[in-house]
Design a protein. Structure first.
Length: 660
C-alpha cells in the first residue's frame, strides 16, 4: 500500500496551471476558430460586426433600433447574425416556412440555455421552462382550464375586476384628494381630469385575476393596496426593474455561481417570488386536504389551475411519470402568475395609450361599445368587429413578446419558402443547421414587415382588418369577410343568451336573437346601432354602419405561422400560448369598461418608450431606472351631448355607461 501511494505522482502547481491553460486554449480554439470555420451557416450572408460580448443580440433586442430593418432590406428575409465575439453563427429569419418548421419541431428546437435560465429565475420549473415530455404533460393537464366552459367561468372574474377598476377611476376623477399607488394626487390638472399610471393599474388587475384563476386566492391589490395582496404585488413589481452587469450575465450562464453569490437582481426576485411560492404551497396543502375530504365537489370549486393539477395527480392508474412533481406544480403557478399577468397588462397599457394618441379610433370604438349593455356576455365578446380590429392591431404593432430564440438539439435541415443566395453565389432552398446553433424568431420585425403588412406597417391602423378607410365617404356596400373574428370561436348559432336590454319585468325589449337578418346593418344583440341611443349621429356612427360584421386578415397578407397568419404574439405550434383566449377576454373587457365611460388622453410633454425583459414593458423617458415600467395617461369622464343629461323612457337619468 505504501508503495502504491509513493508511486502516485502529485502534479506541481506549474504543471497544474499548464494543464488548465492547455485545456482552455483548446476550448477557445474550438469556440472561436474551428466552429466558425466549419459552420454550415458561414456562407449565409449577413451583417458585419457583432464582435463584442453580446454579438448582434443588443441590436436584435432593442425595440427601437433601426439596424435590423436595414439588414432585412439589404439581406432579405433570412440571413446570418453573430453571437458573442463574432462566433456562434445564428439564423435570423422572417421566412414563414422556416419559422413554422422551427416552432413545430419542438423535439429538435428548445429555448437556448441562457433564455431558459433567465425564465427559470422568474417562473421556476413551469410550462415555459419545461421541454420535451415534461412540457407535454404540463400542457395537457393545464389545457382543461381553457376549455369553452372554463373560459365562461373566467369571464365573471375578469368582468368583476374590470368593474372594480372602472369604479375606482370614477372615484379618482370625481375626487381630486383621493390617492392610490398608481394615481397620486396632483394639482396640475383641471377638475374632472386625472392622471393614472395605466401600466401599474393594469398590472394590479391582471395580477388579481390570475391569482383567482391560478390558485383561487383573492389578492385585491387593485383596491386594497395596503393589504397582503398589495404588499405582495409591490415586491412582485420591483423585481421587474431592469438589470444589467457582467455578473448578472455570468449568473445566467452558470446558475450555480448565482446560487453561491446571488446578484442584486436575484435577491429582488427571491424577495418577490418566495412569499408567492410559500403561499402557493400553503394553499396547495389546504386544497389537497379539502379534495381528500370531499369538500370540493361542485363544478365551481374546481375552476382554478391548482385544483385541476391536484385532481390530475389523483387519477387512478397513472404512473409516477404521469404525475406532476411538487416543484412543477409551484413552478406552473409561478409561470401562470408571471406570464399570465405581465404580458396582458403590457398589452392593455399600450393599447390604451394607442387609443389615447389616436382619438378618431377611440371615438369610433366608443360608438360601437355604447351600442351594448353595461355588461358584455360571453357569447357576444367576439361579436364587436371594431373592438376586435382594435385589439388585433394592438397585438400586431405592440406584441407583448418581441421575439424569442430556439436552439437546435441536433443537426437539422430548415426548409425555406424563398431561396437564399449564399456568398459564393449558390442558391439554396434549405439551410443546414448544426446542433447548438440558434434561430432568432423576430416577432416584432415580422409584425412590422412592409412586405407582409404594407407601407403603413409601422402605423396604428385597425382598419387594415376591416377593409375600409375611416376617412372614406364612399357608401358602397362592403362584402362581409368569411374569416372568423378570432380563433376563440365564442359565437354559436344554437346558443341562447339573455338580451342586455331585457327589462326588469323580464320582458325582452329586443328583437328575437334567432331572427336577425344577416343583411341588416351592424347590430348589437339584435338592435341596429342607429336606434340604440337617442343622440346625434356622429361620423363614427356612420362609419360603423359600413364595416363588416367580422374582422379578417387583409387579403394581401401571405400565409404564415401564428394564431392568425403572420401573427406571432402568441407564438405558434405546440408551444403556442396556452392562455391566449383568456388574454383576449381580459383585454377586450378592460377596453369595454374603460372606453365607454372615459375619454383618455396622452400626457403632455411625455415621451413613451418600450423595453424588453422577456416581454415588452412601457416606460417614460428618463424614469426607467428610478420608477421602473410606467405609462401615465389622462382620464376624463366621457359626456355625450345627447345622453349625459338625457332620460330614458321611464324618466330615469342615464349615463354613458348605463345605470350601475
Amino acid at each position: 500500500m505504501v508503495q502504491i501511494i509513493d508511486s502516485i505522482r502529485i502534479p506541481t502547481i506549474t504543471q497544474l496551471l499548464l494543464g488548465i491553460l492547455t485545456i482552455s486554449l483548446v476550448y477557445l480554439a474550438d469556440l472561436f476558430i474551428l466552429r466558425p470555420f466549419t459552420s454550415p451557416l458561414k456562407k449565409l450572408p449577413g451583417p458585419v460586426g457583432g464582435s463584442g460580448l453580446s454579438g448582434h443580440s443588443l441590436e436584435i433586442m432593442d425595440l427601437h433600433a433601426k439596424e435590423v430593418y436595414q439588414w432585412i432590406s439589404q439581406y432579405g428575409k433570412t440571413f446570418k447574425v453573430n453571437g458573442p465575439f463574432g462566433s456562434h453563427h445564428r439564423i435570423f429569419t422572417l421566412d414563414p416556412r422556416a419559422l413554422s418548421h422551427v416552432l413545430n419541431s419542438t423535439q429538435i428546437y428548445f429555448k437556448s440555455n441562457l433564455l431558459r435560465n433567465l425564465v427559470r429565475k422568474y417562473m421556476k420549473n413551469g410550462l415555459i421552462v419545461a421541454e420535451g415530455n415534461r412540457h407535454k404533460l404540463q400542457r395537457k393537464i393545464s389545457q382543461g382550464l381553457f376549455s369553452r366552459n372554463g373560459l365562461k367561468g373566467m369571464i365573471e372574474i375578469v368582468g368583476e375586476k374590470a368593474d372594480q377598476f372602472r369604479d375606482i377611476v370614477h372615484e379618482l376623477v370625481s375626487n381630486p384628494s383621493l390617492s392610490t399607488p398608481y394615481s397620486p394626487v396632483t394639482n396640475d390638472l383641471p377638475n374632472g381630469s386625472r392622471e393614472i399610471d395605466i401600466y401599474s393599474s393594469a398590472s394590479r388587475c391582471t395580477f388579481d385575476i390570475i391569482g383567482q384563476i391560478g390558485i383561487g386566492h383573492i389578492f385585491d391589490s387593485t383596491g386594497n393596496w395596503h393589504g397582503e395582496g398589495g404588499e405582495l404585488f409591490e415586491k412582485y413589481e420591483r423585481m421587474q426593474y431592469p438589470f444589467s452587469g457582467i455578473y448578472t450575465l455570468l449568473g445566467l450562464l452558470w446558475p450555480w455561481l448565482d446560487k453561491l453569490f446571488p446578484s442584486g437582481n436575484t435577491k429582488l426576485v427571491a424577495k418577490a417570488m418566495d412569499p408567492l411560492e410559500k403561499l402557493s404551497q400553503i394553499i396547495m396543502h389546504e386544497r389537497q386536504k379539502e379534495i381528500n375530504e370531499g369538500k370540493r365537489e361542485l363544478p365551481s370549486d374546481n375552476r382554478d389551475l391548482l385544483t385541476l393539477m391536484l385532481r390530475s395527480n389523483m387519477t387512478k392508474g397513472i404512473s409516477p411519470e404521469q404525475k406532476l412533481r411538487d416543484d412543477e406544480i409551484t413552478g406552473q403557478l409561478a409561470t401562470f402568475m408571471f406570464a399570465g399577468s405581465d404580458t396582458t397588462a403590457g398589452t392593455i397599457a399600450m393599447g390604451l395609450y394607442q387609443l389615447a394618441t389616436h382619438s378618431p379610433v377611440q371615438d369610433t370604438l366608443r360608438s360601437e361599445l355604447l351600442g351594448y349593455g353595461d355588461n358584455l356576455p360571453f357569447e357576444q365578446i367576439d361579436e364587436l368587429p371594431y373592438l376586435d380590429a382594435v385589439v388585433k392591431e394592438i397585438l400586431r404593432i405592440n406584441p407583448s413578446l418581441p421575439g424569442t430564440v430556439r436552439q437546435a438539439q441536433q443537426d437539422d435541415i430548415i426548409p425555406l419558402s424563398e431561396p437564399v443566395t449564399l456568398t459564393n453565389g449558390k442558391v439554396v432552398h434549405e439551410l443546414n443547421i448544426r446542433k447548438g446553433q440558434l434561430v432568432h424568431v423576430p416577432i416584432e420585425h415580422l409584425h412590422k414587415s412592409e412586405e407582409i403588412w404594407g407601407a403603413d406597417a409601422s402605423e396604428f391602423n385597425p382598419d387594415r382588418f376591416l377593409g375600409l378607410d375611416v376617412e372614406s365617404d364612399d357608401d358602397e356596400e362592403v362584402e362581409e369577410p368569411k374569416t372568423p373574428s378570432t380563433p376563440a370561436t365564442f359565437s354559436d348559432a344554437n346558443i341562447q343568451f339573455e338580451s342586455p336590454w331585457k327589462s326588469k319585468s323580464g320582458e325582452n325589449t329586443d328583437v328575437d336573437n334567432n331572427n336577425i337578418d344577416d343583411s341588416s346593418e351592424l347590430t348589437a344583440g339584435g338592435k341596429s346601432l342607429n336606434i340604440l341611443h337617442k343622440r346625434k349621429e356622429s361620423k363614427s356612427d356612420i362609419y360603423l354602419k359600413k364595416i363588416p360584421r367580422k374582422t379578417s386578415i387583409p387579403k394581401k397578407i401571405p400565409l404564415g405561422p401564428g394564431v392568425w397568419p403572420n401573427f406571432m404574439t402568441f407564438i405558434d405550434g405546440p408551444r403556442r400560448c396556452i392562455g391566449y383566449k383568456l388574454a383576449l377576454i381580459e383585454i377586450k373587457l378592460m377596453f369595454y369598461k374603460i372606453i365607454r365611460d372615459f375619454e383618455i388622453l396622452p400626457k403632455q410633454n411625455q415621451k413613451v418608450w418600450r423595453w424588453n425583459m422577456m416581454s415588452t414593458r412601457p416606460y417614460v423617458e428618463g424614469t426607467l431606472h428610478q420608477k421602473g415600467s410606467s405609462l401615465p395617461i389622462i382620464f376624463k369622464l366621457y359626456k355625450d351631448e345627447g345622453e349625459s343629461t338625457g332620460q330614458d323612457e321611464k324618466g330615469v337619468k342615464t349615463s354613458a355607461s348605463g345605470n350601475r
